[in-house]
Design a binder for this molecule. Structure first.
Ligand code: ZN
Length: 94
């Protein structure tokens, strides 16, 4: 089975953690915010809205922490297994 891919956002997989300093530009500090995460696999697309994230004040890069990421991947996995092609949902913390 192909892995689920995230589109346009940096998600941190196992062992990853969100730093206060942006790892992309190494200048900006990250602050809490809400982002939209799009996950894709094959022909399926699941969009989660209002996902808690850390956003770089300098370059705008968005980071979602490991715990949130694993929740998103699990939900997306279930939806894709159920045959969902496209879905847009509000993020709900486990
Ligand atoms: Zn940055």
């Amino acid at each position: 089975m192909n892995p689920i891919l995230s589109v346009g956002i940096r998600i941190l997989r196992k062992g990853g953690k969100v730093d206060m300093k942006c790892v992309i530009c190494k200048k900006g500090e990250t602050r809490n915010g809400k982002v939209t995460v799009t996950l894709e696999r094959g022909g399926s697309t699941i969009v989660f809205k209002r996902v808690p994230a850390n956003i770089c004040a300098n370059c705008g890069e968005e980071f979602v922490d490991e715990k949130t990421t694993s929740g998103l991947l699990k939900s997306a996995e279930e939806a894709m297994k159920a045959g969902v092609q496209v879905d847009i949902r509000e993020y709900m913390a486990a």
